[in-house]
Design a protein around this ligand. Structure first.
Ligand SMILES: Cc1cc2nc3c(=O)[nH]c(=O)nc-3n(C[C@H](O)[C@H](O)[C@H](O)COP(=O)(O)O)c2cc1C
Length: 186
């Protein structure tokens, strides 16, 4: 892939909070799930589980789970909701993460979810990751085991507005250094 095409894709991936009333075909969601499936993870543990809902009670209840303490009301418009669960990592990742004090499984899920959202953007779909939601409602919505751990929701649909916003981000100088923590570019 040309770098310009890559930059264009990551620019088009933006949080979409307004959707058209248009059905999303399940095969498109499957393509996004496939992109997540291929994502890397510590010790290849793949510690995730995705549940997609595009109709009926699971969809309504996931939308309700997202609308939490007055936040994320836009989820009610999303034609598809995806619940992402953290699964137990394999023993190598579990021990490694414990010893190093780094939650590898959460990093893994973040990457897999970004793969999902980038794939969605490449298909003309908008997404929004939702970290503020009611966990119990999510578990009940999709009949997940009591011990399951939902960590993110993703809203998916055709964006009501195709405008690509300029990203509000810190500068490269603020977030990176060369050679030393604050070192300037050579
Ligand atoms: C882990 C995580 C949790 C988030 N939770 C929410 C949320 O609960 N509600 C929401 O509207 N946006 C949520 N977002 C979206 C961020 O607000 C958004 O990614 C950020 O402001 C950058 O904007 P952009 O996605 O349009 O580039 C979340 C993003 C991440 C990565």
């Amino acid at each position: 892939m040309e770098h310009d095409a890559f930059v264009s894709l990551i620019s088009r991936r933006q949080s979409v909070r307004s959707y058209l009333d248009r059905k999303v075909m399940p095969d498109l969601i499957e393509k996004c799930l496939e992109a997540s499936r291929l994502s890397p993870s510590a010790c290849n543990a793949q510690p995730w589980h995705f549940v997609a809902a595009d109709r009926g009670r699971p969809l309504k209840e996931l939308q309700r789970a997202a609308f939490h303490f007055g936040m994320n009301s836009f989820a009610a418009q999303a034609p598809v909701m995806v619940a992402v669960f953290s699964e137990l990592p394999n023993i190598a990742s579990f021990i490694g993460g414990g010893v190093k004090g780094i939650p590898y499984h959460i990093i893994d899920i973040g990457i897999a979810v970004e793969h999902f959202c980038l794939a969605a953007a490449s298909l003309g779909l908008g997404t929004c990751m939702i970290g503020w939601f009611d966990k119990q409602v999510v578990k009940r919505a999709v009949e997940a085991p009591t011990s399951s751990r939902p960590v993110l929701l993703i809203t998916v649909g055709y964006p009501a507005d195709d405008h690509v916003r300029k990203k509000t981000r810190k500068s490269l100088e603020e977030i990176s250094g060369w050679g030393t923590y604050r070192g300037s570019r050579p």
